[in-house]
Design a protein around this ligand. Sequence first.
Ligand SMILES: Nc1ncnc2c1ncn2[C@@H]1O[C@H](COP(=O)(O)OP(=O)(O)O)[C@@H](O)[C@H]1O
Ligand code: SF4
Ligand SMILES: [Mg+2]
Length: 390
Amino acid sequence: MSKRTKNPNLLTLKESRAIIKSNLREMKRLEKKKREKVTEDYYTTVMKSPDNILEIEDLETCFFTDNGVVKSVNKISFDVPADSIVGLVGESGCGKSVTSLSIMQLVQAPQGQVVGGQIRFNSDQLGTNEKGEKLCYDMTKMPTLDMCRIRGKDISMIFQEPMTSLNPVFTVGYQIEEVFYLHNPEATKEQARQKAIDMLTLVGIPMPETIINYYPHQLSGGMRQRVMIAIALTGNPKLIIADEPTTALDVTIQSQILKLLKKVQKECGASVMLITHDLGVVAEMADYVVVMYAGKIVEKGTVYEIFDNPMHPYTIGIQKAKPSLASDASSELYNIPGNVPNPINIPDECLFKGRCNRRCGKCGGTYPKEIKISETHSVFCHLYDEEMGE
Ligand SMILES: Nc1ncnc2c1ncn2[C@@H]1O[C@H](COP(=O)(O)OP(=O)(O)O)[C@@H](O)[C@H]1O
Ligand code: SF4
Ligand SMILES: [Mg+2]
């Protein structure tokens, strides 16, 4: 009688129970740690450069699922310099949204947890230490109550679908005023109303005195996204995180919203972290680009470095896969073969290996180290090990 071989993709009851038990233990430990009473010193640290608004270093965010631990964000590091737009690009499911939710402490707990790394936010509230270094908050350690003071004021977010982010039972004016009151509790009714009208004017809404009394369903998709931008700007944030802000809109409205975002970024002096899967949007908008794949950063640099001199086979692939008017109409659109790997129990090696047309003998080894091409440009790929004299 032939012995039945075990399917490696299926878990036995024993394995499943062991995963659930260890997940519960780990989630309990992490949630307990979050509730501990801490002093400001515990979550205050030093900026690497005072010119950055945000510095992310070795950030690790996991989801403890019944099938195993999903490493959605796997030790990523990048900076958001002041007064700039940083584009975070990559295929669906590569960890862009989880990165932004980790910054805001909005990852779905207790399953989702930031388990390592630092997110340093350059706040005006802190000065310098005795060595003259700029002090900042490490938002991975910040208690929720303190985080609420930053969220929506110093850092705000614009989501993909404005209809689901706006409250359908309140007027748009009320929703802007609510954010204003939250950070200016002593403000009068007239001041809040004036602020709402000013914000609607800033984002190019016609007849703001009338529109202020409208409910979200009375506005078009583009106008709703303008209202979302107005809400995001109400607290005068230093950083705006825009997660696929134009994906739900049609092409002409997309371009208007992107232009508006760029205009308000310049006028308000805020930095923007623009999350998108659309390379065209990044090329038009961003000063810096970070390319993510399966929870890791594979390449980062200025927009010129990434578009004029892409080095990672994945960056080259996604640029080739972008439709262009210049390409022959009869030729098939290029696509990268295969899919993003399952992020459960991923090995410490190049995760693009299965889809890469340039893989070599070294690619099965450990995860490639960061190779610096210039001060701002770096790539994680074994192809460049020799060139860098390793
Ligand atoms: N609540 C969740 N539970 C389990 N896994 C999740 C959860 N949210 C996101 N993930 C996983 O995290 C990975 C990254 O997701 P996400 O950041 O939303 O991708 P995207 O780059 O498209 O924004 C995906 O593999 C997804 O399956
Ligand atoms: S490390 Fe190897 S498999 Fe990975 S992207 Fe570079 S060449 Fe391709
Ligand atoms: Mg997303």
